[in-house]
Design a protein around this ligand. Structure first.
Ligand SMILES: Nc1ncnc2c1ncn2[C@@H]1O[C@H](COP(=O)(O)OP(=O)(O)OP(=O)(O)O)[C@@H](O)[C@H]1O
Ligand SMILES: [Mg+2]
Length: 247
């Protein structure tokens, strides 16, 4: 296992201190990692932390905002000292606004999509942005929101759409975070029960009870081609973002 201080050749640093040393230096390059868990555990913060870490190293990053409006995400991230606009101006951090079109609201964002999009038109728009801008890191937040936006209610349709989007992002050479959700791990790691099979890795961010307190824990359920432990790693959301407590 690595120390986490030196980036292993061919790994993509996560931007979350201490996480890299648990997964041989970072995510496998050109892979898709599913980040899943209940609401409020920090999945969106994880996405931005990963993307910004890349942007700071001149790796272009794209955040696909399907749930929260980009203006809300930008504002929330200032709490961690992250000024997304600075990197957006440099063309290193891109935001695709799908949240406003989903709500049939006009978007003032540079990158958006027409309301009434289908999985195909969404995938085309995504590919256009990623390939034209040579984007290296992508976070799609979230898959359940994409399914809702496209009115997909049959598992077969959802599976097809997830495959399509995942494959095109991998084909474009990106390293991808796909966000899903789950409230009860005993019923599977994800909302649709298909996402974990598509992804190269699965990270669960969840709550545990410790006496009268709730703690937040991260688990690496799967990371193909990587030696990793199956343990609960406590983490905190601090004024610097997500920090794993001990490794
Ligand atoms: N400045 C802060 N300091 C400490 N904790 C914070 C701070 N800002 C947010 N949090 C924590 O982060 C949580 C929100 O994180 P985030 O939006 O990333 O969650 P999420 O998993 O994406 O949730 P959802 O599934 O609802 O989108 C809050 O519920 C709160 O617990
Ligand atoms: Mg979120």
């Amino acid at each position: 296992m690595g120390t986490g201080r030196v980036q292993r050749i061919g790994r993509v640093e996560t931007g979350v201190p201490k996480l890299d040393s648990l997964i041989e230096g970072g995510f496998p390059p050109n892979s898709s990692i599913l980040v899943t868990g209940p609401s409020g555990t920090g999945k969106t913060i994880f996405c931005i932390q990963f993307l910004l870490h890349g942007a700071k190293k001149n790796q272009k990053a794209l955040y696909v905002a399907l749930e929260e409006r980009p203006c809300d995400v930008r504002r929330e991230m200032t709490r961690f000292g992250w000024n997304l606009a600075t990197y957006e101006k440099k063309g290193l951090f891109l935001v695709l606004d799908v949240a406003n079109p989903r709500a049939m609201m006009p978007s003032r964002e540079k990158y958006t999509i027409q309301a009434g999009f289908t999985p195909e038109t969404f995938a085309n728009r995504l590919y256009e942005i990623v390939s034209q801008n040579k984007v290296e890191r992508v976070a799609l937040d979230s898959l359940p929101a994409l399914a809702l936006a496209c009115h997909l209610d049959k598992l077969g349709q959802i599976r097809k759409a997830i495959h399509q989007v995942n494959n095109l992002l991998l084909e474009a050479g990106c390293t991808v975070i796909l966000v899903s959700e789950t409230s009860d791990l005993t019923r599977g790691a994800t909302r649709f029960g298909v996402e974990e099979f598509v992804a190269t890795g699965v990270i669960v961010m969840t709550y545990s009870e410790k006496g009268p307190k709730l703690t937040k824990n991260m688990m690496i359920l799967k990371m193909r081609g990587t030696k990793h432990a199956l343990a609960k790693y406590p983490y905190q959301i601090t004024d610097k973002g997500i920090q794993l407590q001990t490794v």
